[in-house]
Design a protein around this ligand. Structure first.
Ligand SMILES: Cc1cc2nc3c(=O)[nH]c(=O)nc-3n(C[C@H](O)[C@H](O)[C@H](O)COP(=O)(O)O)c2cc1C
Length: 425
């Protein structure tokens, strides 16, 4: 089966109360809403109403929340099992770290959940740079990027070996440098064979991993030209490795604040922003600059020596892809003051559109038809209402353009995404 390329791949990143850091301060959600079933049911059902392909969960395997906002503490594979039980069609893509898991145990947990969900699970492969995590696993320093990705490559092969065994005689064996497994699984394949593979992480090593294994990629892209360049490069790399045409599906994050007029959207955005603590974005800016942004003069541009400082991705622990993309974006604004940069940083890690349903649908179509994206991982300002607005106002426009489905034709996530059944080799 060749990959379907005429329609958007649309996932939604279910981030707690919403992507806006102040989302939890609006509406009448109870303080404990994130640990009640109702919140997740309402958000997942809104996603299904919009005929989205999947809901997506990030995961930081760390038991404390450093942000001045409530975050979900629920583990994504547990949430996936729950969400697929209260919905009919939509898939769930759960992030899980290859640095801090055991491959056989994770392979079985993912496949088991895929089996009971009727083949609606995806795994987003992440390598985790968050330095707070390693302590949770009894460790000291976070392994360097090269070591994390070396393990990730072997880890994915070991997971695939287990899934392949589930479709065969149950026996698996993989001998790598860091990862060695040899055993037997009692599980059989799911309705889609095994979970869909997504990947997030845009360094050279991250792209290699995606080109080799991923059916979908969650990327960070801020400008159309750079997105087109990266899109073509990744498809070329995957094709050179013998992957099917169209793989992997590339879905950059896209943050949305929707209003029926531009003014209304802007008002909604300003209301969210007015309740974000001062300096909230300084941490992200510090990551991008590899420099403590709190020491910068707010009303002056970022000094050239900081912007132009050569850097070695291997020495920079956070995401190389994210950093490069944002540095590009900041370079284009190098005459703006730090205060102005922080104001425009509104996507908090993704491109943002504050606008009408028409503007949003036109923009999505432009990126799709320009060869910049196969779809998007949507970042919604506040759940579930922002997602209901997307489903009711933007989805019909996308359908009118012929780039979004009108119904779910099939029940497995692989069918919904138009990617082939799992094969171990
Ligand atoms: C868009 C995006 C989403 C990510 N989501 C997660 C996540 O949910 N959990 C996690 O541990 N790491 C996450 N990461 C971190 C990556 O897995 C990786 O460790 C990091 O980005 C460094 O790799 P890179 O330089 O290849 O980007 C994410 C990275 C990106 C770019």
């Amino acid at each position: 089966m060749s990959t379907r390329t005429d329609q958007l791949t649309l996932n939604v990143n279910l981030q707690a109360f919403g992507q806006r850091p102040s989302a939890w301060q609006f509406g009448d959600d109870a303080a404990d809403a994130l640990i009640t079933p109702g919140h997740w049911i309402a958000s997942a059902q809104a996603a299904e109403r919009g005929l989205l392909d999947a809901v997506f969960f990030a995961d930081q395997p760390v038991l404390h929340n450093p942000n001045p906002r409530p975050g979900s503490q629920l583990e994504p594979i547990a949430l996936a099992a729950f969400i697929t039980a209260v919905t009919e069609h939509i898939g769930v893509i759960a992030s899980a770290s290859s640095t801090y898991n055991d491959p056989v145990e994770l392979a079985e947990r993912l496949l088991g959940t895929d089996v009971v969900s009727g083949g609606r699970l995806g795994w987003n492969i992440v390598t985790t740079y968050n330095s707070r995590v390693s302590g949770n696993f009894g460790g000291g320093e976070t392994p360097a990027r090269a070591a994390r990705y070396r393990r990730a490559g072997e880890f994915v092969e070991a997971v695939r070996a287990v899934w392949g065994a589930a479709a065969g005689d149950g026996r698996f064996r993989f001998d790598g440098e860091d990862v060695r497994v040899n055993g037997r699984t009692a599980l059989g394949p799911s309705a889609q064979g095994a979970p869909v593979l997504f990947q997030a992480g845009g360094s050279e090593q991250g792209r290699e991993l995606a080109a080799r294994h991923a059916e979908g990629v969650f990327s960070v892209e801020l400008t159309l030209p750079r997105a087109i360049e990266n899109y073509a490069a990744l498809k070329r790399r995957a094709s050179a490795l013998g992957r099917s045409r169209g793989l992997p599906r590339i879905t950059p994050g896209l943050s949305l604040v929707i209003g029926s007029t531009v003014e209304e959207a802007r008002r909604r955005f300003d209301e969210f922003e007015s309740r974000v603590p001062d300096g909230y974005a300084l941490g992200s800016l510090s990551n991008v600059l590899a420099h403590d942004a709190a020491t910068l003069e707010l009303d002056a541009p970022i000094p050239a020596e900081i912007l132009d400082k050569p850097w070695d991705p291997d020495e920079h622990p956070t995401s190389a892809g994210y950093r490069l993309t944002f540095l590009d974006w900041i370079q284009e604004r190098r005459l703006l003051s730090v205060r102005e940069i922080l104001r425009d940083f509104g996507g908090y890690g993704s491109r943002i559109i504050v606008g009408t349903p028409e503007q949003i649908a036109d923009d999505m179509e432009l990126w799709f038809h320009s060869g910049a994206a196969d779809g998007f991982n949507l970042m919604i300002d506040r759940f579930p209402e922002g997602l209901v607005t997307f489903a009711d106002e933007v989805v019909p426009l996308l359908q009118g353009k012929g780039i979004h489905k009108r119904e779910y034709g099939h029940s497995t996530l692989r069918h919904t995404l138009g990617v082939a059944a799992f094969r171990a080799d």
